[in-house]
Design a binder for this molecule. Structure first.
Ligand SMILES: Cc1ncc(COP(=O)(O)O)c(C=O)c1O
Length: 389
């Protein structure tokens, strides 16, 4: 049988991750010690009360049926959490659960875009922001993030015709992979831009709980006018170490949520009920582990950035997220070449910045998924490899 696949599906590249993985397997076979900083899966565990809520709910056979909708208790838990944590009041029809923000981002353009319509996404940026809309037929246009501007977009630099044509703009701070945090002025400008050009704002707040320097991560929805122009994605994945549980929320503008629910009702029959009960436990339970974890990530970040700087690879401190965005050493010009050499010579796996867009050239991303002591060992391996010139 002759198969022809869609242009959209063929456009998806296997990319550097499979190359990195094959290389990693090769090194492990050789008996080498490998430090894998490439994947953003936390090594921390979920708090016990979340796992217990899940276990308890799994004992009830009724909980294996189609959920069909978000449980009222879950909506109440989200309302109480957003009020307490971010000072944001939400109506129940401004909330919907998703199988993770990844899934939400992958489907969101179905509600906004007809084929060929434009969406604005960051470069460098988290890949699904652009790939998701492209898979559903939209056209992504990137806006640049430059170090000189703290990796924030310059709204005045977006061409007028692009701004008018764009259906939505994805913003995400604290930002993966560039590890910066946005200030109040930035969100005010974003809302003004959205109103002027009738562009919806989608704010991915996956790292709201990972802001360093004693600062509190905020919600986009806490800014005046935000609810009129956009929605926020808030994921439980990283804050509670439940990446495999697959739950996050889309929150905000009533009409956008209503249409998204309509679209998703054709795709899905609701989040597995034990997952909903575990999410209720996460949102209503003690939050001290979230704070403590943020402290540990910050400690790891400082250990890595300062330790690398000490051995001659200059890396500035991060502002948040669970990653480090490291400019490659001065003796290299290609992120990909540096990543492959780093793995070969030091056994340290990182993601080349180009995996996040053209403007990622010159950087690599490292996930803070090892305790401080292991990070120190990896730094020692890098030093001994002599790769930093
Ligand atoms: C910016 C960003 N958004 C979303 C996600 C995925 O979140 P979820 O597990 O809710 O799909 C990630 C995961 O790494 C991320 O970095």
């Amino acid at each position: 049988m002759e198969l022809t696949f869609s242009r959209r599906s063929r456009k998806i590249e296997e990319g550097i991750f499979s190359v990195l993985n094959a290389k990693k397997e090769e090194l492990l076979k050789q008996g080498r010690t490998v430090y894998n900083f490439s994947v953003g899966t936390p090594d921390f565990h979920p708090p016990v009360h979340i796992m217990e809520a899940m276990q308890e709910a799994c004992k009830d056979p009724e909980n294996y049926k189609y959920a069909l909708a978000d449980r009222p208790e879950l909506l109440e838990a989200v309302q109480a959490f957003y009020k307490k944590r971010f000072g944001v009041e939400l109506l129940t029809d401004q909330i919907m659960a998703l199988y993770g923000s990844q899934e939400g981002m992958a489907h969101i353009a179905l509600e906004f875009c007809d084929p060929g319509e434009i969406v604005l996404v960051p470069d460098p940026g988290y890949p699904v922001f652009g790939i998701g809309p492209e898979l559903t037929g939209a056209k992504m246009v990137t806006y640049p993030l430059y170090k000189e501007n703290n990796f924030l977009p310059d709204f005045d630099d977006i061409p007028e015709d692009t701004a008018r044509a764009a259906k939505f703009m994805v913003l995400s701070y604290p930002a993966n992979p560039v590890c910066t945090v946005a200030d109040d002025k930035f969100y005010e400008k974003a809302i003004a831009f959205a109103k002027k050009y009738h562009v919806a704002i989608l704010h991915d707040n996956a790292y709201a709980d990972l802001v360093y320097g004693g600062k509190e991560g905020k919600s986009f929805l806490s800014y005046e006018g935000a609810m009129d122009v956009g929605i926020e994605f808030y994921s439980l994945s990283k804050s509670y170490n439940v990446t495999g549980m697959r739950i996050s929320f889309a929150l905000g503008n009533t009409k956008m949520i209503e249409m998204f629910k309509k679209v998703r009702s054709q795709i899905d029959y609701g989040i597995f009920l034990p997952v909903q009960y575990a999410a209720i436990a996460a949102l209503t339970g003690p939050q001290d582990s979230v704070k403590e974890q943020c402290r540990l990530y910050e400690e790891r970040c400082n250990t890595l950035c300062r330790g690398l700087s000490e051995i001659g690879w200059e890396v500035p401190d991060g502002q948040g997220t669970m990653f480090v965005w490291a400019p490659i050493p001065k003796n290299y010009t290609s992120s990909e070449k540096f990543s492959l050499d780093l793995m070969e010579k030091a056994g340290v796996i990182v993601v080349p910045g180009t995996a996040f867009g053209k403007l990622g050239e010159g950087y690599v991303r490292m996930a803070l998924v090892y305790p401080k002591e292991e990070i120190q060992k990896a730094i020692q391996a890098i030093k001994e490899s002599g790769i930093c010139g």
